[in-house]
Design a protein around this ligand. Structure first.
Ligand SMILES: [Zn+2]
Length: 52
């Protein structure tokens, strides 16, 4: 579970992909966020642009 402060968005939140990754495998193109969302690189490119 998320132990960040402030807490990350939940898996149900519209900005859930803004949560911090706990497991990242960029060579495989995915990362697991602390809210349990599995984020794929193809999605992060289109949806997380400007957040980083
Ligand atoms: Zn978190």
């Amino acid at each position: 579970m998320c132990q960040h402060t402030p807490p990350c968005p939940t898996a149900e939140a519209s900005d859930r992909e803004a949560a911090r990754p706990t497991v990242a495998h960029p060579e495989q193109g995915w990362s697991l966020l602390c809210n349990g969302v599995l984020l794929f690189e193809v999605m992060s490119i289109s949806q997380s642009q400007g957040l980083v």
